[in-house]
Design a protein around this ligand. Structure first.
Ligand code: NDP
Length: 444
């Protein structure tokens, strides 16, 4: 049995009920096999055993009182996975599907993603099974305050710096920051995604979506293609999806479909961004309501079939495992030439294989969606300097970072004999920097 397989078997035994984490670990370990051959010193130093085990995992009770005066109890998580190259950094997810496996998969991926940005940030992730949907602002505030009343003792501007993710946007970051500041009596850059008037960075809201499109643009260039005139399908209609759609439009592409967890709509005239922003960002409404303003659009119940809508470029921006093998085959049959993962692990391993086998340009999430955390790290820099960059300064840095991530991933794939395979390339390029840091720092 190979070293990678043996390690994977041990990991399965130790984490039997964590399918998402095991899926993410398997993908990374498989693609690191050539590194294991070239760097036996990493095996001797136990780098691979150590990198798959979080440095610290915190699970806590989050009690709060709803608007009817009834006590509710949720579960909170923070997994501090790796601090080899900087403070733990990664978002908080509030969604009923959150459990330790989901948080560990996200935290594990974050190690490599953060390394790829070239910035000094380690990997972590957190969240809760709390569902903000349908809750009043007051309920969300009370929940966030209770969540932070435990979390504050584990985080800090130089220790662990959380941000947003699914279900955690500007509103939630505001309540979390307010409570942190109240408890510790310090105004510090302990969270990113803050409002721009109180320490946030211009461009953070747009960063993941814009960065995704910059990355896909680089992939397209390798085949002499661009976004101009392309049909684009984007799943989700949250933060990542909306700003990906905005940048696609700016680059001359046509976004024809978007979704939420209830269903998807198709607008052959091109998705109207003002409408979707107003529905989602201002009124917190459902995609279905798009039809009231755009009679030509069609709405379909259930979000899975969005991948049947023919497109040149697909940007999955909702959640993990939303594209399975069958969906991938349909996309290939419909002529899709590029897939950029805005979400984390939205394609199953079988779907990724279909894309790679058919030479679809494929940008894995840990590279393609790294723009969000990159600008979060720029927010940390600005907080440390007590200074703010303009939107254009941030956007230029973001673009440079995404171009560099593509270049590094592409080159690493080439160096290790996997030309054009950005899954392998991103994993190797992200891993090497962390592994070298761990090697230098001894057995810790
Ligand atoms: P949001 O909460 O803003 O939006 C999430 C969108 O995805 C919503 O449209 C939501 O629909 C849909 N969605 C969520 N869960 C499911 C599900 N189980 N099935 C179907 N649809 C679902 O989150 P973000 O846009 O911030 O995050 C989207 C993805 O991007 C996640 O995978 C996240 O980890 C990843 N990501 C986010 C970054 C960021 O900076 N925000 C950075 C890097 C990656 P509904 O409203 O109906 O729930």
């Amino acid at each position: 049995m190979s070293y990678a397989n043996d390690l994977m078997q041990r990991l399965i035994k130790r984490n039997p009920h964590q399918p998402e984490f095991l899926q993410a670990a398997q993908e990374v370990l498989d693609s690191l096999e050539p590194v294991m051959e070239r760097h036996p010193e990493f095996i001797d130093a136990g780098i691979f055993e150590r990198i798959v085990e979080p440095e610290r995992q915190i699970i806590f009770r989050v009690p709060w009182v709803d608007d009817r005066g009834e006590v509710q109890v949720n579960r909170g998580f923070r997994v501090e996975f790796s601090s080899a190259i900087g403070p733990y950094k990664g978002g908080l997810r509030f969604h009923p599907s959150v459990n330790l496996s989901v948080i560990k998969f996200l935290g594990f991926e974050q190690i490599f993603k953060n390394s790829l940005t070239g910035l000094p940030i380690g990997g972590g992730k957190g969240g809760s099974d709390f569902d903000p949907k349908g809750k009043s602002d007051e309920e969300v505030m009370r929940f966030c305050q209770s969540f932070m009343t435990e979390l504050y003792r584990h985080i800090g501007a130089d220790t662990d710096v959380p941000a947003g993710d699914i279900g955690v946007g500007g509103r939630e970051i505001g309540y979390l920051f307010g409570q942190y500041k109240r408890i510790v009596n310090r105004f510090e850059g302990v969270l990113t995604g803050k409002g721009v008037t109180w320490g946030g960075s211009l461009g953070r809201t747009e960063a993941t979506g814009f960065g995704l499109v910059y990355f896909v643009e680089e992939m397209l260039k390798t085949r002499g293609e661009s976004f101009a005139g392309k049909r684009v399908v984007i799943s989700g209609s949250g933060n990542v999806a909306i700003y990906a759609a905005q940048k696609v439009k700016q680059l001359g592409g046509q976004v024809v479909a978007m979704s939420d967890s209830n269903g998807y709509f198709v607008d052959e005239e091109g998705v109207n961004l003002d409408t979707i922003k107003s529905l989602k960002e201002v009124h917190r409404k459902r995609c279905k309501e798009y039809l009231a303003l755009h009679k030509q659009a069609l709405y379909y119940e259930g979000c899975d079939d969005i991948w049947n809508v023919p497109c040149d470029i697909a940007l999955p921006c909702a959640t993990q495992n939303e594209i399975d093998e069958q969906a991938a085959k349909t996309m290939v049959a419909n002529g899709c030439i590029a897939v950029g993962e805005g979400a984390n692990m939205p394609s199953t391993p079988q779907a990724v294989k279909v894309f790679l086998d058919h030479e679809v340009l494929f940008g894995p999430g840990k590279a393609a969606n790294a723009g969000g955390v990159a600008v979060s790290a720029l927010e940390m820099s600005q907080n440390s300097m007590r200074y703010s960059w303009t939107f254009d300064e941030v956007d230029t840095k973001l673009k440079d970072i995404m171009v560099d991530i593509h270049k590094k991933s592409y080159q690493a794939a080439n160096d290790y004999g996997y030309s054009g395979n950005l899954v392998v390339g991103a994993n190797i390029a992200g891993f090497l920097k962390v592994a070298e840091a761990m090697y230098s720092q001894g057995i810790v």
